[in-house]
Write a protein that binds this ligand. Sequence first.
Ligand SMILES: [Zn+2]
Ligand SMILES: [Zn+2]
Length: 211
Amino acid sequence: MLIQQCGLCGCPSTARLCAQCASLLPALGPACARCAIPTPIAVEECGACQRQSPPFDAALAALRYQPPVDALLQGFKFKGRLALGVVAAELLAKICAPRLVDALIPIPLHRTRLRERGFNQSLLLARQVAQGRPILQFLQRRRATAAQSGLDSDERRRNVRGAFQVQGDLPPRVALIDDVMTTGATLAEAAKVCKKAGADWVEVWVVARRP
Ligand SMILES: [Zn+2]
Ligand SMILES: [Zn+2]
């Protein structure tokens, strides 16, 4: 077997992650089916979703966003370590395989950020989890938004309001793809846009959910 390095700890490994690091990745566990927030037992809708329905209809996350998931996704996104992206995509593909959607829609980066980074992590993830389903690059960033990190939930909502423009029409059932869901403000804004463009079921697929 080909010996390579574990993408997280750097030890010699026959896989992209060594067995030890792979075992440390926390599965999401019981969660709200609507927004993927971890809950003591699995529920259709958590209290927050009951109080205010999100614009998306379901959310799936492979992992809980806690160490070493932060290192995995930051290595992929900010250091361009694409092997870590493959690890993340494989975990996401596993939980999304049975979902019935007509198309996948990656959350776009604004072109200035795309230029800096060289790739859109959501598009790379979408390509690896598509399994024959079409990928629509339907959303475009209308403007460069400030990074969501460091903003509270109201600020996050304001920051992404009107951030997307669209081209074309959508099939009835679509999945939005992103790497991390925190408050869900970006995904909620994107879901609203998808519904306006004709989708009647929008679900969210993310690698990791921040509790
Ligand atoms: Zn390792
Ligand atoms: Zn919920």
